[in-house]
Write a protein that binds this ligand. Structure first.
Ligand SMILES: O=C(O)CCC(=O)C(=O)O
Length: 295
């Protein structure tokens, strides 16, 4: 597969904070992912579902080495090469399932290093790659985004309580963070597409009003890991180690990618986050402080 840089998609990612890479994954790979999801999702317990009612589920992929096949897939690598990611690394990923007739995902952004100056520059420190296992529409809970919100303040920022526990549990369904917004753009996909998005982008989903589950994998990559500030690299290592920022915290049998069997490990070894022993981690701050001028 030739690795041509796709300038239109790269500028979508830079300017709008997201881009849609169409028809990138072959049907057998999607069918295989669906079969994995169908085996795992029934094992998700009721307490997890309650805790993550707005997301649906957040199953840490580190516990399932079989997902090396998608994290290191040549098609995902080709998509990242097309977006001119010089040195991508992978820190974590989740299997997210939005059951039939379930609520919307609340508006939020996923970046956590807002104390670092890099957060207010065009540099893209972290992206999601969302791989949906069904076609999505507004009816079954597709993604929605506020284009450009990764680089400038938006009124929704003022009401954010990112990944606040009561938002995940949908304690108050009337909260405006579950509602549609006039600046929102729906991102409907076909299976085989990949949605890439800057972690700073405001996003949410429509409710799933259909009779079918709507699942996806979210994979977190870092396009130019080697050139990130050392403190951010140190925090990424902690995320990778599951000692910070893990929304599906480690149980007794929880794994990190370092513990994966050799066959799985070999598919992703060049993408893993190296040990940053001794480097102080960047403090966790989920709240942007936009400069008043010169953004
Ligand atoms: O469910 C989706 O479509 C998106 C999930 C997501 O963005 C999240 O859980 O942060």
């Amino acid at each position: 597969m030739a690795n041509h840089i796709r300038n239109g998609l790269r500028s979508d990612l830079e300017n709008n904070g997201y881009c849609l890479v169409k028809n990138q994954l072959p049907e057998p790979l999607i069918a295989w992912l669906k079969s994995q999801a169908a085996a795992i999702l029934p094992t998700v317990d009721a307490a997890h579902r309650e805790r993550n009612r707005s997301q649906g589920s957040l199953v840490q992929l580190a516990d399932y080495p079989e997902f090396a096949k998608i994290i290191g897939a040549p098609e995902v690598r080709a998509a990242m090469a097309g977006l001119a990611f010089p040195n991508p690394r992978f820190s974590s990923g989740y299997l997210i399932s939005k059951p039939a007739h379930s609520p919307s995902l609340f508006w939020h952004q996923d970046w956590w290093a807002w104390d670092d100056a890099i957060s207010y520059t065009p540099e893209i420190a972290q992206v999601f790659a969302m791989i949906y296992l069904t076609n999505t529409t507004e009816e079954n809970g597709c993604l929605r985004v506020i284009p450009g919100s990764h680089r400038r303040a938006h009124p929704l920022h003022a009401s954010l309580q990112a990944h606040d526990e009561s938002l995940s549990r949908v304690v108050d369904p009337q909260n405006l963070l579950y509602q549609n917004h006039r600046d929102a753009v729906a991102v409907a996909v076909q299976t085989g597409d990949i949605v890439f998005g800057d972690a700073r982008l405001l996003h949410s989903t429509f409710p799933n009003n259909s009779d079918q589950d709507r699942s996806l994998l979210t994979l977190w990559y870092h396009p130019d890991f080697a050139n990130l500030p050392a403190e951010i690299r140190a925090t990424l290592r902690k995320i990778y180690d599951r000692t910070t920022g893990d929304t599906d915290p480690a149980g007794d049998d929880a794994m990190t990618l370092d513990e994966w069997p050799a066959t799985a490990h070999s598919l992703v070894s060049d993408l893993l986050i190296p040990d940053t022993k001794g480097v102080k981690a960047r403090a966790w701050n989920r709240v942007p402080q936009w400069p008043s001028v010169g953004d």
